[in-house]
Ligand binder design. Structure first.
Ligand code: GLN
Length: 477
C-alpha cells in the first residue's frame, strides 16, 4: 500500500519506527493528487507546482504529518476564501485556534485548501466559486457538502485526514456520501475562533478521517477551551482514544421512528437496518424512540441559519477583505462588490435571513423558530434520560447526481433532514461507513450522544468498525 493510503495513526506508527519519513508521505500524496485531482477537484485551487511547507520548528505527536483544511478555516498567510469570489486572495493575518493547536502538535498544514460550498451554504459542493467537487465513488455524483472537498480528498487518498465544519450536517453528510468518518463535536467543544462564521450558534469544526481512531485522535487535539471564543466551554478534554476498544454490551440504543420515513431510499434503509442488527449482535439493546419535533427541524434551521448568515455576511463589503468592485462612489462600491462577489445561494440566504429578522417578521419567524429549537433540544434530552445514544441514517439517500438538485433549493435543503436537529440541539454526532448501495455508493450510519459525550460516539463507532470491513474498501479511480 502507498503511504498516502494509510491512516494517520498507521503513518505515525511507521514514522516512530523509522519505516517512513515525512518526505515520502508528501511525495506519495503529491503523486496521487497529480494523478487524480483533475477528475476529483477536491482542492480549491489546484496547482501542479504547489509546494508543501513543513513546520520543522515544532516537534510533537503529529510531526511529519500533513492535514487538509477546509477553505473557511483561517490559515495564516495562506489563502482562505470560503470558495467565494468576495474573499478572492484573502490571506488571514492569523491562524484559527484549531490550526494553532495542530501546529503546536507538529502537524503541517497542507498548502491547498479543500473545496466547499461558498460560505458552507450547501449540501453538494456545487456552490463553490472554483467549481464542483466530484465524488470519488462515482465521478458523476456529488461528494455531499459543504465539506465535500475535505471528504473527497480523504476518500480518494489525496489527504491523510482533514478538517471540515458542520452547521447543519456539512461534515457528516459528505462523510456519508464519500464513505469516510466525520464527526460534529458538541457545540462549544472546539473553538470557532478563526472559523469564518456561517451561523454562529450552530457552527462547529470537526474531523474527517479514514477511521474512528484517527477521528478520536484529531478531536482530542482540536478540542478545548479558548478565551478567544466566548462560546467555547471550559471542560476537560478526555483522551478519546481511551474509549476505543471497549465493549458495547448492554448499551441502550434509541432508534428514532421519525427518521425512517417515506422518501427514504430503500437501499439506504436496508443497509442501516443491517448496521443496527450488527450493533445488536455486539450486545447493544436497540429500541424505538420518538423525537416528535423532527418535522420542524428543516424549516427552523433555515430561518435561524439564514438569519445568522445574513448578519455574519454583512462584513463583506469590499472595504476590508478580498474582492472590491470598480465603482464611482462608496455606496456604489458596496452594492457592486456584493452583487458581483456573492454567488446565487449566498444571495438567496442573505435575502431570506434579512427578511426573517426584519421588523414585523422577527416575532413571527425568528423568535418562533428559536422556541421550536428548544422543543427539538428537549426531545433529545428526554431520550437521553433512558438511552446511551441514538442511531439513525446520516442521509435519506446516497450521493445524488451533479446538477440533479441545483434547480430546486427546497429539494437540496431536504438533504440534511437527518443531520440538522443535532446542530439545533448542540449535541455531538458521528457518521461512519456502514455499507454500500447496489450501485456501489457508500451509506453512512449516524450516532448521536449527549452533550460532551463524544466518548460514547467513539466507543460505539469503533466497536462497529472493528467488526466490519466497510471502512477498508477504497474507491477505484
Ligand atoms: N447543507 C446545510 C446548508 O446548506 C448545512 C451546511 C453546513 O453544515 N455548513 O445550510
Amino acid at each position: 500500500m502507498d503511504l498516502n493510503q494509510l491512516t494517520a495513526h498507521e503513518l505515525l506508527d511507521k514514522l516512530k519506527k523509522g519505516q517512513a519519513v515525512s518526505k515520502n508521505i508528501l511525495d506519495s500524496l503529491y503523486a496521487r493528487i497529480q494523478a487524480i485531482e483533475p477528475k476529483v477537484k477536491a482542492y480549491a485551487r489546484f496547482k501542479s507546482d504547489v509546494k508543501l511547507s513543513l513546520n520543522p520548528q515544532t516537534s510533537g505527536l503529529l510531526t511529519g504529518l500533513p492535514i487538509t483544511i477546509k477553505d473557511n478555516i483561517c490559515t495564516e498567510g495562506l489563502n482562505t476564501e470560503c470558495c467565494s469570489k468576495i474573499l478572492t486572495n484573502f490571506r488571514p493575518p492569523y491562524d484559527a485556534t484549531v490550526i494553532s493547536k495542530l501546529k503546536a502538535a507538529g502537524s503541517s498544514i497542507f498548502p491547498l485548501k479543500a473545496n466547499m460550498d461558498e460560505f458552507a451554504f450547501g449540501s453538494s459542493t456545487e456552490n463553490s466559486y472554483f467549481g464542483a467537487t466530484h465524488n470519488p465513488w462515482d465521478l458523476e455524483c456529488v461528494p455531499g457538502g459543504s465539506s465535500g472537498g475535505s471528504a473527497a480528498a480523504v476518500a480518494s487518498d489525496e489527504a491523510i485526514w482533514a478538517l471540515g465544519s458542520d452547521t447543519g450536517g456539512s461534515i457528516r453528510q459528505p462523510a456519508s456520501f464519500c464513505g469516510v468518518v466525520g464527526l460534529k463535536p458538541t457545540y462549544g467543544r472546539v473553538s470557532r475562533f478563526g472559523l469564518i462564521a456561517f451561523a454562529s450558534s450552530l457552527d462547529q469544526i470537526g474531523p474527517i478521517t479514514k477511521d474512528v481512531e484517527d477521528a478520536a485522535m484529531l478531536t482530542r487535539i482540536i478540542s478545548g477551551y479558548d478565551p478567544n471564543d466566548s462560546t467555547s466551554v471550559n471542560q476537560d478534554v478526555p483522551d478519546y482514544t481511551e474509549s476505543l476498544g471497549s465493549e458495547i454490551k448492554g448499551l441502550k440504543i434509541g432508534i428514532p421512528k421519525e427518521y425512517f420515513i417515506e422518501g427514504m431510499d430503500a437501499q439506504v434503509k436496508s443497509v442501516i437496518e443491517e448496521a443496527i442488527n450488527k450493533l445488536k449482535s455486539l450486545g447493544a439493546v436497540a429500541n424505538q424512540v420518538t423525537l416528535p419535533h423532527t418535522q420542524y427541524a428543516v424549516p427552523v434551521y433555515y430561518i435561524i441559519a439564514t438569519a445568522e448568515a445574513s448578519s455574519n455576511l454583512a462584513r463583506f463589503d469590499g472595504v476590508q477583505y478580498g474582492y472590491r468592485a470598480k465603482s464611482t462612489s462608496l455606496i456604489d462600491m458596496y452594492k457592486k462588490t456584493r452583487a458581483e462577489g456573492f454567488g446565487e445561494e449566498a444571495k438567496r440566504r442573505i435575502i431570506l435571513g434579512t427578511f426573517a429578522l426584519s421588523h414585523g417578521y422577527y416575532d413571527a419567524y425568528y423568535l418562533r423558530a428559536l422556541k421550536v429549537r428548544t422543543l427539538i433540544k428537549n426531545d433529545f434530552d428526554t431520550v437521553f434520560k433512558d438511552f446511551d445514544c441514538i442511531v439513525a441514517p446520516t442521509s435519506p439517500t446516497p450521493a445524488f447526481k451533479i446538477g440533479e438538485r441545483t434547480q430546486d433549493p427546497l429539494k437540496m435543503y431536504l438533504s440534511d433532514i437527518y443531520t440538522i436537529s443535532v446542530n439545533l440541539a448542540g449535541i455531538p454526532a458521528i457518521s461512519i461507513p456502514c455499507g454500500f448501495t447496489r450501485n456501489g455508493l457508500p451509506v453512512g450510519l449516524q450516532i448521536m450522544a449527549k452533550p460532551f459525550n463524544e466518548e460514547m460516539l467513539f466507543r460505539v463507532a469503533h466497536a462497529f468498525e472493528q467488526n466490519t470491513e466497510w471502512h477498508k474498501i477504497k474507491p477505484r479511480l
